[in-house]
Design a protein around this ligand. Structure first.
Ligand code: FE2
Length: 341
């Protein structure tokens, strides 16, 4: 049966237009060539951008002006020495004693390994607990993410050349979604060029006329692009695309341990090319607000705890589903030692 005949799904697809939903393939309204020719994608993108500017204005007091300017000019902020050497050492020592759940996902030849920093993971780890409550850290993330809601925090290790496989799709420059959203990295070890540093196309966060034209053209065909990600709403941009938008070449952001990087992942970014076996260890933060909400929300711990619970439930549900199919979930459990060794 053609999808548009699934009448019961129409309300869900319609409501999704007012949310973070971004899949051109999964939602026939978002993916409609006719509607996107009429400007649906561009209208969502412009509304989300205007709303983000409103929330940025409300949260401007949380970050000094020069850092805000840097963030909006470049699409990222780099804060060297955000943590001193002693605090870093203590955090790394605390992580080494962790023996609870860790999860791993492989994409191409690269593995991403994560420990969710929930109450269980933080119990008995005073320095890490202090860090996740560090008001400067939370304020900067709140401003950049245009959201006062506490971000999800993880310890993350990226292992390059983890297995035989195709190229890691995260190494292709891409925008995560159609609206401003952030990811942040507090590097626990030095990141050199050969370690595959976070890579960003400077200034690609700005909504220029050329970017809008590119988004418009992409949106008309996105549902059938078929690279595995663009059709799900995370547009890939190659060197020709970047040139067409008047953007510079991607830059690898090498960093000393203790550096905090906050990036608007609506700009083009990816993981840098790395030597096989190279890896990096970091505290990783993720924040994605409803793109059309005028309200930045509140930094309630109760909400964060609820999100942790939902995430654990979701993971367990995926584990069970995978088990019933004799396979393993894309974010499957691993022994924490595999991540920390
Ligand atoms: Fe990304």
């Amino acid at each position: 049966m053609p999808r548009f005949l699934k009448i019961h799904m129409w309300p869900i697809w319609l409501i999704a237009l007012g949310t973070q939903a971004k899949s051109f393939k999964g939602n026939p309204i978002i993916g409609s060539r006719t509607l996107n020719t009429l400007g649906l994608h561009i209208v969502r993108l412009l509304l989300a951008r205007a709303t983000a500017h409103f929330r940025w204005a409300l949260l401007a007091h949380k970050m000094p002006r020069e850092l805000r300017t840097e963030f909006h000019e470049n699409g990222f902020c780099i804060l060297p020495d955000f943590l001193d050497a002693e605090t870093l050492r203590q955090i790394k020592d605390e992580i080494q004693t962790y023996a609870g759940d860790a999860r791993q996902m492989t994409q191409g030849n690269t593995a991403t390994q994560r420990i969710l920093l929930d109450d269980t993971a933080l119990a008995g780890r005073a320095t890490l607990s202090d860090f996740q409550d560090n008001s400067k850290f939370l304020n900067f993330l709140a401003y950049c993410g245009a959201s006062a809601i506490r971000p999800m925090l993880y310890i993350q290790r990226i292992r390059n050349g983890f297995r035989e496989g195709k190229t890691d799709p995260q190494k292709t420059m891409h925008a995560d979604t159609f609206h401003p959203t952030i990811k942040a990295w507090l590097f626990l070890e030095d990141v050199h060029m050969e370690d595959g540093p976070f890579t960003y196309v400077r200034g690609s966060n700005r909504l220029t006329w050329r970017r809008l034209k590119w988004e418009y053209a992409r949106s008309r065909v996105a549902a059938s692009i078929g690279d595995g990600y663009s059709e799900k709403g995370s547009f890939r941009a190659d060197a020709n695309d970047l040139a067409a938008m008047g953007l510079p070449a991607p830059e690898g952001l090498t960093a000393k341990a203790g550096t905090l990087v906050i990036a608007n992942t609506n700009g083009f970014h990816g993981r840098g090319q790395a030597e096989d076996g190279a890896n990096r260890l970091e505290v990783w933060a993720y924040s994605r607000h409803n793109p059309f909400s005028m309200v930045p929300g509140f930094g309630l711990k109760a909400r964060m705890r609820l999100e942790h619970k939902i995430l654990h439930r979701f993971w367990r549900h995926k584990d069970k589903l995978a088990e019933s199919k004799n396979s393993r979930a894309s974010w499957h459990l691993i022994d924490a030692r595999e991540m920390l060794d």
